[in-house]
Design a binder for this molecule. Structure first.
Ligand code: RFL
Ligand code: PHB
Length: 388
């Protein structure tokens, strides 16, 4: 089998890349380890930067997003169980944000891929990437019990943090930057009306976040110890803990109900530099991880594949400079999001070794943020993200 670009992984990065390349007349084959149903069952991101919305619109992939996404102009941050500040990013930056679940984006991308005849091989096992430092790279995988060799011009590694692509790059050809945080997020979905705002809460019992998917589907998170399992968290325990951490006026509006999904994710920051090796280009979580506190991971996956698709299109049209610059171009945005997500995480969570002094410093940062429009503008600019 032969194609121009072999894409490993059909998460948001890989499936969107395949569609963006088609718009430039570039062929690709996507190989995905899981089944389609498995990928669609993962509950992850929920907040999109406006650049992500506009990019999906420009690619003709935003009909349902425009019909069903929830545009919001501000976020709230609560602390000490009573104080609340609101950051109005529409007023401060001229840009809103959009609440729209990653599951729905993934469904939209798979529907478009099917309608356009894009080639995605689900259930591909034993994926191996070969000869990326030659001009004839190839990928081998097993599908339906048969080994397949896929020859290509380029390989896009879009297979997430645990994929094979990054591991293909020799240790002496990459530098890895990593920070693990000493806690996780326990997230639940419930078929209850969400609070009208996205609210992040700093509390002595730990961080909490209220978000949404649609008018009858809410998404909530609480910070939890890394060794907790979902069995430690009955619905009752979850709601009691969430209520204890929210500002009282927000908690009064909370509608509780049975959870329909519950999962725990550890928090880490990670960057691999460069994001390329020979003819292999990494995009999305395969190259970098941010803690979800800044809502940046999916947005970075989208901006990476935007840069990569434009660079490949320029290359096939005769200009190879953007492809040579892909890693540097993407990393500029990556580090901006890594820094912001680290800062949000540090400001809002309770660290196990945190003293009362440290807590007062966090509260002072929040008090200052509440009083200073300059500080709010700084946060708003980073939350809505850089222009492409
Ligand atoms: P994905 O989504 O991990 O997809 C990678 C795909 O590659 C497949 N794969 C392989 N395929 C073939 N061979 C192999 N050897 C393979 N190994 C893996 C996998 O099965 C999978 O289908 O990476 P991608 O496409 O780069 O997308 C990244 C995003 O999923 C991620 O950054 C976001 O979900 C992060 N994130 C958030 N991002 C935001 O922008 N806004 C948010 O509000 C937000 N909230 C979140 C989040 C992530 C969370 N978790 C669970 C870590 C909230 C949470 C709780
Ligand atoms: C979500 O809705 O899942 C969500 C919202 C904001 C974040 C992270 C996750 O910072």
């Amino acid at each position: 089998m032969r194609t121009q670009v072999a894409i490993v992984g059909a998460g948001p990065a890989g499936s969107l890349l395949s569609l963006l390349l088609r718009r430039h007349g570039i062929e690709s084959v996507v190989v995905e380890r899981q089944t389609k149903e498995y990928v669609l069952g993962r509950i992850r991101a929920g907040v999109l930067e406006w650049t992500t919305v506009e990019l999906l619109r420009a690619a003709g992939l935003a009909d349902r997003l425009d019909a069903e996404g929830h545009v919001h102009d501000s976020v709230k941050i609560g602390w000490r169980g009573e104080e609340i500040l609101s950051i109005d990013f529409q007023r401060l930056t001229g840009k809103p944000m959009m609440s729209y679940g990653q599951t729905m984006i993934q469904e939209d991308l798979y529907l478009a891929a099917e309608a356009e005849g894009a080639n995605i091989v689900f259930g591909a096992s034993d994926v191996e990437i070969h000869d990326v430092t030659t001009d004839q790279p190839w990928v081998r995988f097993t599908a339906d019990g048969e080994q397949v060799r896929l020859d290509c011009d380029y390989v896009a590694g879009c297979d997430g943090y645990h994929g094979v692509s990054r591991a293909t790059i020799p240790a002496d050809a990459k530098t890895e930057y990593e920070k693990a945080y000493p806690f996780g997020w326990l997230g639940i979905l419930s078929e209850t009306p969400p609070l009208p705002h996205l609210i992040y809460a700093n509390h002595e019992r730990g961080f909490a976040l209220c978000s949404q998917r649609n008018p009858m589907l809410s998404r909530y998170y609480v910070q939890c110890p890394l060794d907790d399992t979902v069995d430690d968290w009955s619905d009752d325990r979850f709601w009691t803990e969430l209520l204890a951490r929210l500002p009282v006026s927000e908690g009064e509006q909370l509608v509780t109900g049975p959870s329909i999904e519950k999962s725990i994710a550890p928090l880490r920051s990670y960057v691999c530099e460069p994001m390329s090796h020979g003819r292999l280009f990494l995009a999305g979580d395969a190259a970098h991880i941010v803690p979800p506190t800044g809502a940046k991971g999916l947005n970075l996956a989208v901006s990476d594949v935007h840069y990569l698709s434009e660079a490949l299109a320029a290359h096939y049209a005769g200009d190879s400079a953007p492809l040579a610059a892909y890693s540097a171009t993407a990393l500029h945005r990556v580090w901006s999001s890594v820094r912001f997500s680290w800062w949000m995480t540090t400001l809002l969570h309770r660290f196990p070794d945190q003293t009362v002094f440290d807590q007062r410093i966090q509260e002072e940062d929040l008090t200052h943020l509440a009083a200073s429009e300059a500080s709010q503008t700084n946060v708003a600019e980073q939350y809505v993200g850089l222009d492409l």
